[in-house]
Design a protein around this ligand. Structure first.
Ligand SMILES: Cc1cc2nc3c(=O)[nH]c(=O)nc-3n(C[C@H](O)[C@H](O)[C@H](O)COP(=O)(O)O)c2cc1C
Length: 390
């Protein structure tokens, strides 16, 4: 499968075209809307999220609730567009009117794409950079991820995300019975954290940062359960699924690091406490005593739950200004806010779920076929029973 996204933060709409989704998959707008709403929630989001109540329109590739195998076009309208038609319209407005458009941006915000993007593409008005580099684009990545989750669900593969840390407050002793349990409990927390005490402290940390005009980041984790053995491959660098997951998570705006399984902790512990011993029983086939490697060996899935973590930096637009330079006057100034969240880590955990789901679904279809759900299901079942007895 592949997908492209298009759309600006204050343009008329965000669009994604997804190609390669098998036919006969049940897909409703509601399946996508659920995740769009989850992305917009979470303690610490700013005013923009109150303006936008995202709803998807499915414009092609789905008929009477089922995919046809044709490209799927998904669109999410920006409700705020009506206030931006002049500033963001596609038609020329003439030099005089352009002068009236007061929102020309010549002051790059540190931590954003503004300055590098302006120099790269030759934009004297950095709105041309801001509008596309904004994390608003993750809306349609979540929409594509919802389609991927729907594919995975047909094979009993579940994807759940939660928050492990915000602004130095860590979730302690996090355990869960299953991804379903993880999902239910993270959904019940305003910061998507399974540790209730830590949730309260995280919200306090967000309040404190907001009061201080600052922002805070954190760590999110995505778990995928029931994955067949052998997705991805060891044969070539660009077939390694763990590498694809790392790239997918790193591609989320503001993500600065990715770990799989125990990740960076592997640097401090001996091999005997890193690798997962192999066991076999008739019912489950090959499994592991532990899952310290987070479901991967040799760029392929081991059948154990996939565990991926990503670290999000504090979001860069601060009410407490940071120093920058106006590109017209070259004078220093203190970067002021456009409109900003103080913490978007809970929302980012939903985006992380989506990009991970996409990579796993893609690897699954690569291994078991693309055309129609029933054939793929038969292929997966055959593979599972062969792997059990291997
Ligand atoms: C869900 C989500 C919401 C975000 N909201 C904001 C925001 O309100 N203000 C902001 O300055 N950055 C926000 N960001 C982060 C910026 O989009 C990001 O830092 C910027 O595009 C620069 O990219 P980089 O940090 O990956 O280098 C958000 C990121 C995510 C994932």
């Amino acid at each position: 499968m592949r997908y492209l996204t298009a759309g600006e933060s204050h343009g008329p709409q965000l669009t994604t075209i997804i190609e390669g989704v098998p036919a006969q998959l049940e897909l409703l707008a509601e399946d996508v809307n659920k995740d769009l709403a989850r992305r917009q929630g979470g303690y610490g989001r700013g005013r923009r999220m109150q303006i936008e109540k995202d709803q998807v329109q499915i414009l092609s590739g789905v008929r009477h609730g089922k995919t046809t195998g044709a490209p799927i076009a998904l669109v999410v309208e920006n409700k705020d567009w009506t206030h931006w038609t002049k500033i963001m319209g596609a038609e020329p407005i003439g030099e005089e009117a352009e002068k009236e458009v007061k929102r020309k941006l010549t002051r790059p915000r540190p931590g954003h794409a503004d300055l590098n993007g302006a120099i790269k593409y030759g934009h004297r008005d950095m709105r041309n950079v801001l509008e596309r580099s904004s994390a608003r684009e993750t809306t349609v990545r979540v929409a594509a991820g919802a389609v991927a989750k729907k594919i995975l669900a047909s094979f009993g593969i579940k994807v759940g995300g939660h928050v492990l840390e915000i602004g130095g407050v860590k979730a302690e002793h996090v355990t869960y019975e299953s991804v379903e349990d993880l999902q239910t409990r993270s959904e019940a927390s305003q910061v998507r954290c399974l540790d209730e005490e830590a949730s309260v402290k995280m919200m306090e940390a967000i309040d404190a940062a907001k009061k201080d005009g600052d922002s805070i980041g954190g760590i999110v984790e995505v778990v995928v359960e029931n994955v067949p053995i052998g997705l991805g491959s060891y044969v070539h660098y660009d077939r390694k699924l763990d590498a694809k997951l790392a790239a997918a998570v790193m591609s989320i705006n503001a993500f600065k690091g990715v770990e799989i399984g125990i990740g960076f902790e592997a640097a401090h512990v001996p091999g005997s406490q890193v690798h997962d011993e192999i066991i076999w029983d008739e019912q489950k086939g090959y499994t592991r005593k532990t899952n310290r490697l987070g479901g991967f060996e040799g760029g392929m899935t081991t059948g154990m739950p996939i565990v991926v973590r990503g670290v999000m930096k504090p979001i860069p637009t601060l009410y407490k200004p940071l120093q920058s330079v106006d590109i017209d006057t070259k004078e220093p100034f203190e970067a002021s806010i456009e409109r900003s969240d103080s913490c978007a880590v809970p929302a980012a955990s939903v985006v992380a779920e989506s990009v991970v789901a996409w990579e796993i679904a893609n690897a699954l279809l690569e291994a078991f076929g693309h055309d129609q759900m029933e054939t793929i299901q038969e292929n997966v079942e055959r593979h599972q029973s062969k792997a059990r007895e291997f």
